[in-house]
Design a protein around this ligand. Structure first.
Ligand code: PEP
Ligand code: MN
Length: 362
């Protein structure tokens, strides 16, 4: 079912934007001083919206759960001090009411709320007839329809300044990311709703600061409309998400390092597809190299085991069996015999080298 969203393009949000929408600020508002000093630190860097979490029901109870309503005033004051509007996460109609009462300019719906249509509908009902921009984070599970459903519920309530925030998806598997990006999902969202502003939240995708620059640049390459980045005056002592927050100075350096990309074709849709497919190829190449490394590691162990009883490294029968079975498997995947034969000759040579190396070292 394809329903169109009635939304305002980012250019019509009355924001002083020259290119990307930049949202920065602490994961959580912790104290008046912390949010004010963080804002002041951001003053000389490009920021259009100051963010801050007020209600923070964490994954497990017993930790800091957010400063609560009093933090709204602190955030608003901090925003005023540097002359930028402020954004807060809401999860219930009470949160919406408190935000409106305190002049909060933007709100966003968190990943843990987007998954729940009951909550999203309650928020949409609370926002009926109110002209406030709403940003919707992707649900924690990789479900595009649920994300679209949340956007539709808000749109049906009359919210036209709508944006989507891509913050990655939960995965049971341990990965380099806190939340795996699954770039294909936000890109499909953008394909279906080309005017919907798409913002990347590299902080929650990465979970640490190491990959922040790379993920932010990926978002630029994929022509995202903006970034939301967690910035804390002193990340080491942050009460939530300490590992992924950066200082205002680091934020300045990160933003300066980003290279804006122009589509190489006038067709943005085509450009995104090309970039996305290239990224998929990069990912697969990374896996190929990872697996080759793993294969050679096994070879080294095999070399050591063979050495225990002076067994020859090269076993002709085993080698012919490998070539035969790999060629058969390759043909089933549309790979030519010639290609598999050549690749396996190289792999075998490298494998023998590793076995011998391991035997010399042992
Ligand atoms: C946040 O922005 O601090 C937050 C809780 O994000 P998410 O909903 O993406 O987990
Ligand atoms: Mn956070």
């Amino acid at each position: 079912m394809q329903v169109d969203l009635n939304i305002k393009k980012l250019a019509d949000w009355n924001m002083p934007l020259d290119s990307k929408l930049l949202i920065a600020g602490p994961c959580s508002v912790e104290s008046e001083e912390q949010v004010l000093q963080t804002a002041i630190g951001l003053k000389n860097h490009p920021v259009h919206i100051l963010r801050g979490g007020i209600w923070k029901p964490r994954t497990r109870p017993g930790q800091f759960q957010g400063i609560g309503v009093k933090g709204l005033k602190w955030l608003k004051r901090a925003g005023k001090a540097i002359n930028v509007p402020v954004a807060v996460e809401v999860a219930s109609p009470e949160h919406v009411e408190a935000c409106l009462k305190n002049g909060i300019d933007f709100i966003w719906i968190g990943a843990r709320t987007t998954v729940n249509p009951f909550s999203v509908q309650a928020l949409a009902d609370a926002l009926k007839g109110i002209d406030i921009p709403v940003m919707v984070k992707n649900p924690i599970n990789p479900d595009l329809e649920l994300w679209i459903g949340a956007l539709e519920r808000l749109n049906q309530a009359g919210i036209t300044k709508l944006a989507a925030i891509h913050r990655g998806f939960s995965s049971y598997r341990k990965t380099a990311y806190r939340n795996v990006p699954n770039w294909a999902i936000p890109l499909e969202l953008k394909r279906r709703f080309p005017t919907l502003p798409l913002i990347c939240d590299p902080s929650h995708i990465c979970g640490t600061t190491d990959l922040l620059q790379a993920v932010s640049q990926e978002a630029m390459d994929l022509l995202y409309n903006g970034l939301m980045i967690e910035v804390h005056l002193n990340p080491a002592v942050a009460l939530s998400d300490a590992l992924q927050q950066i200082t205002p100075e680091q934020y300045g350096t990160l933003i300066k390092s980003l290279k804006p990309k122009k589509p190489s074709t006038a067709n943005q849709e085509l450009y995104r597809q090309i970039i996305y497919l290239r990224k998929e190829i990069d990912e697969v190449d990374g896996q190929i190299i990872e697996m080759l490394g793993k294969r050679m590691e096994i070879s080294r162990t095999l070399g050591i085991v063979k050495n225990k009883d002076a067994i020859a490294v090269y076993q002709p029968d085993r080698w012919s069996e490998i070539v035969k079975s790999r060629i058969e498997a390759g043909i089933r995947k549309n790979l030519s015999e010639e290609f598999i034969d050549q690749i396996y000759r190289l792999i075998h040579e490298e494998s023998v080298r590793h076995q011998e190396m391991a035997q010399q070292d042992s």
